[in-house]
Write a new protein. Structure first.
Length: 472
RNA sequence: GGCGACGUGGCCAAGUGGUAAGGCGAGGGUCUGCAAAACCCUUAUUCGCCGGUUCGAAUCCGGCCGUCGCCUCCA
């Protein structure tokens, strides 16, 4: 098994990855709060996590992953109240659209999608342990985590709470606490809000406790990798560590990986700027899901990525270069080419690709290797394709695509509008008719057919071996 | 105020001590009845600026300029 290196936010350094159990990885990834349709920033993180998961498998690990669904939280409660439905009815369509969006981008289903509302008992149990150990205290009907009792609080984010500005936001907090820095574990019930019974009276869990309780249930007290967007580093992940490690007296996760944010046209996404695109917004504009996945995966996960429509179009053109090579490869006859040197090119590609992924998931370099290989294969197509070349190239690309999931256009089919409604057989007939016209030097007729096909979105390519076509 | 990231060709983006991957674009070429499509070639003596360390720096150190993010809503 090849050593894989990750940049661990905990300690802020590149580390060789070693799982707790041989060949098995426990992975926890913070999931969505299901109060709205997720936006492309969320999708960037989920695609990063998907590539992490696929990369681990690529290197021979079995992966057990849990992604939570936050289905009870302030925004949800407020929105459900306004819509006059209970929170389950309110969140259901958002859960559904979340899964649809992931599927549209070929993000794999993970093993567990625990919901906060179904794990309140586990959260209560953890809060009880924290109370018993003196890490938590009750105030009014709520329970708070006592940061002063946690001596290594801040070790993930490097934050020094004494240096943090004490803003008005803390003063406006609705719940009483002893120290402004403390955070809530359990919120006492309020009129009209959903509530669960607890030893401290009815109420609902705080946001941070859900991940601590659910990761423990599905992955154990200590697991391998915890991921999320950088914004979660503080306070969410810091608080998860505080809760879990105080309750369990062992490390929560050994590696913490955080993906950088997506900006749009150089600015942070926000509703007021109107640049909070959802996948649906982009698909409605006719933009291909495949280009979206490519763009979001093409920049290293720890780099900010600025989303623009121009880049999305560029992504489509880059993919076309891959598609064109595969199209040419499929139509080119194998003959006595230099198969040893083709094998060498394929080996070089596979090695460079794997090395890039093993280096902290360097997808940009991995794609660079893909294009270098595309260039090499084009050379073989031009100068003589050896026997067995198609299978060898196909195998190399397929293996890489187990991680990237963008290299095979066929896997993304589903835009039948291309081709203008003409069936393959109809197109074949037209192309043949045009060839006949050309053969009899009736170029006017040939060009009419070419124009007709062009309007239908079909490109005819004339090669020394005859004409062939593809959908644009 | 505290913490952190980034600045590489026209645009995007790898590379973190050994002499600049890759994509898009642009220019040229091949092919063609003409085209188109595609492919091929070319396109950074240089990595924000100034100093320093070194045989050698885009890569390390110091300073400066600029951009961005987080600091308890946030992927």
């Amino acid at each position: 098994m090849k050593p894989v290196k990750f940049f661990n936010s905990l300690g802020r350094r590149l580390q060789e990855f070693e799982p707790l159990e041989p060949a098995h990885v426990g992975l926890y990834t913070c999931g969505p709060t299901v109060y709205d349709r997720i936006h492309i920033g969320n999708l960037r993180t989920f695609i990063f996590e998907d590539i992490l998961r696929r990369t681990l498998r690529f290197f021979g690990y079995r992966v057990t992953q849990a992604m939570n669904l936050t289905d009870v939280e302030d925004k949800i409660i407020a929105a459900a109240l306004e819509a006059e439905v209970d929170i389950d009815a309110f969140t259901a369509p958002h859960v559904e659209s979340f899964f649809e969006d992931l599927a549209a981008l070929r993000v794999e289903r993970v093993e567990h999608y625990p919901r906060a509302t179904e794990h309140v008992a586990e959260m209560i149990a953890m809060i009880e342990r924290l109370l018993a150990a003196g890490y938590a205290y009750r105030a009014d009907d709520s329970v708070f985590f006592r940061i002063a009792a946690d001596h290594d609080y801040g070790k993930l984010s490097g934050i020094d709470l004494d240096q943090v500005r004490r803003g008005q936001r803390v003063q406006s907090d609705e719940y009483g606490k002893q120290d402004a820095r403390d955070f809530v574990l359990w919120k006492g019930a309020k009129e009209g809000e959903p509530e669960w019974p607890s030893p401290w009276g009815p109420g609902r869990p705080g946001w941070h406790i859900e991940c601590s309780a659910m990761s423990q249930k599905y992955l154990g007290k200590t697991f391998d990798i915890h991921c999320g967007g950088v914004d979660n580093l503080f306070p969410h992940h810091e608080n998860e560590i505080a809760q879990s490690e105080s309750a369990n007296c062992c490390p929560l996760a050994r590696y913490w990986l955080h993906s950088e944010h997506l900006t749009v046209d150089g600015e942070k996404m926000s509703k007021s700027l109107g640049n909070c695109y959802t996948l649906g917004d982009l698909l409605d504009r006719g933009l291909p899901a495949r280009s979206i996945r490519y763009l979001l995966a093409s920049v290293h996960y720890r780099q900010q990525l600025d989303f623009t429509f121009d880049k999305l179009a560029e992504a489509g053109r880059a993919l076309k270069r891959i598609d064109d090579m595969r199209f040419r490869l499929a139509h080119e006859a194998e003959k006595d080419g230099d198969s040893a040197s083709l094998d060498l090119a394929a080996d070089d590609f596979e090695n460079a690709f794997a090395a890039a992924l093993a280096d902290d998931l360097n997808t940009a370099a991995a794609l660079g290797a893909v294009f270098t290989f595309v260039h090499a294969v084009n050379g073989f197509i031009d100068h003589g394709l050896p026997h067995g070349a198609r299978a060898r190239v196909q195998a190399a690309l397929d293996r890489a695509d187990q991680v990237l999931a963008v290299l095979d256009a066929g896997e993304w089919a589903g835009s039948p509008e291309a081709g203008g409604g003409l069936s393959d057989a109809e197109i074949d007939a037209l192309v043949e008719a045009r060839s006949d016209a050309r053969a009899s030097r009736n170029f006017a007729a040939a060009d009419r057919i070419r124009d007709q096909l062009s309007e239908a979105g079909v490109v005819v390519e004339d090669t020394p071996d005859g004409s062939r076509w593809k959908r644009a």
